[in-house]
Design a protein around this ligand. Structure first.
Ligand SMILES: [Zn+2]
Length: 191
């Protein structure tokens, strides 16, 4: 293994550990973002309370709530509305994955059950079904033809999701590791 790669891999692991802690904190209005560049690969991980996206965290019950969830998921899949990268880097989205407790629940159960009795069911999908709170994780994988041109990413999450007033960002790139807090007015994350 090349030593440089080892350092980047280690920073990935540290990042996941701190995300897990942030997840424990679960602060409404705040989201966590991790941006990593390795070679021509750009990886962006977003972790956010569901409240920031739709204004509630219970499983959707009404048509309006189901619509709000579908719209939030569609917005999360619209990468270029959320993140602006330097055009010179020539990045292309390769993969987008969304994980939320509702998503899984809808796939795993085609029957309705009272939320209060949800714990009677086994959920071995690794998601927490604690009372009242839930998080969504989004993972974006891009490949960039000119990664040296990746000097910043503009984060527009606060414009798309107005309830998300603050984004705690961490970066891991060949230039090193950094952390910054972003909001609607300060939305440029240096890489
Ligand atoms: Zn919550």
């Amino acid at each position: 293994m090349q030593p440089m790669k080892g350092v980047i891999a280690a920073s990935f692991l540290l990042g996941f550990a701190s995300l897990a802690q942030a997840h424990g904190a679960h602060e409404h209005g705040v989201a966590d973002l991790r941006v990593a560049v390795e070679g021509g690969e750009l990886s962006i991980e977003l972790s956010t309370p569901l409240d920031n996206l739709v204004g509630f965290e219970h499983a959707p019950r009404t048509d309006a709530q189901r619509k709000a969830v579908a719209e939030a998921e569609a917005r999360l899949r619209d990468f270029s509305a959320l993140f602006v990268l330097p055009a010179a880097a020539r990045c292309e989205v390769k993969d987008i994955e969304l994980e939320s407790p509702w998503h899984e629940a809808e796939h795993d159960h085609d029957h309705k059950h009272e939320q209060a009795h949800a714990h009677d069911h086994k959920h071995d999908d690794g998601h927490e079904h604690d009372a009242g709170h839930g998080d969504l994780h989004a993972h974006y994988e891009l490949s960039c033809a000119v990664p040296q041109a990746l000097n910043e990413v503009q984060v527009r999450l606060g414009e798309v999701f107005p309830r998300m007033t603050r984004v705690r960002a961490e970066t891991a790139t060949p230039n090193g590791q950094n952390a910054a807090t972003l909001d609607k007015t300060r939305n440029r994350l240096p890489l």
